[in-house]
Design a protein around this ligand. Structure first.
Ligand SMILES: [Zn+2]
Ligand SMILES: [Zn+2]
Length: 185
């Protein structure tokens, strides 16, 4: 008998379509992450079709400095897996939602890019960049906002430290400090 089912119970947990899940990955350091797109019963075995999330190091180009430790990429890579390989539920947030979490657990991730695994392409191709290093935001790295130009900076990129930059009530980036001295607007 073959048929689509709406939900499946594994070890007391209810899993359903659209849930993000951690999948056992024997031999690998970290479990795989996928999103359930359908669940079906075939000859008594329950299977889930997953859309995989990639980790930065699994994509073309590899892990970059702006990739956070909890960063994942949505993908166009789907597979059917036995539901026995599903380990736990997790959450894959937008970057904005992730930034607003009060506490990040081992079950919290975020995704801001789609990775087309067959072509090795990323969408969107461009995201906003910040600081002298002109890199996309990495939520794991502390940044300070310039009170004049409102750009954000890594203290170490402007020869400062987190404590020196966060001590000041008003902080200006090096360019704004310079323009203040020379009177430029
Ligand atoms: Zn920087
Ligand atoms: Zn500035």
């Amino acid at each position: 008998m073959t048929g689509e089912v709406a939900r499946v119970v594994i070890g007391g947990d209810v899993f359903q379509v659209n849930d993000a899940v951690l999948v056992k990955a024997p031999g690998a350091n970290e479990r795989y992450v996928g999103r359930i797109v359908s669940v079906a019963v075939e000859n008594g075995a329950v299977k889930a079709r997953l859309c995989w999330y990639y980790r930065p190091q699994e994509t073309r180009g590899g892990r970059k400095r702006f990739h956070g430790v909890k960063e994942l990429f949505s993908s166009d890579h789907y597979d059917w897996v036995s539901v026995n390989t599903i380990d736990a539920k997790c959450e894959v947030w937008s970057l904005r939602e992730y930034q607003e979490l009060e506490a990040v657990t081992e079950f919290d991730f975020y995704a801001r890019f789609l990775y087309r695994s067959s072509r090795g392409e990323f969408r969107p191709e461009k995201v906003p960049v910040f600081c002298k290093c002109a890199e996309p935001y990495n939520p794991d790295r502390f940044m300070v906002e310039c009170d004049q130009c409102n750009d954000w900076f890594h203290p170490e990129c402007v020869n400062e430290t987190k404590s020196s930059a966060s001590q000041l009530d008003v902080w200006r980036c090096p360019d704004c400090r310079l323009s203040k001295i020379t009177g430029e607007v």
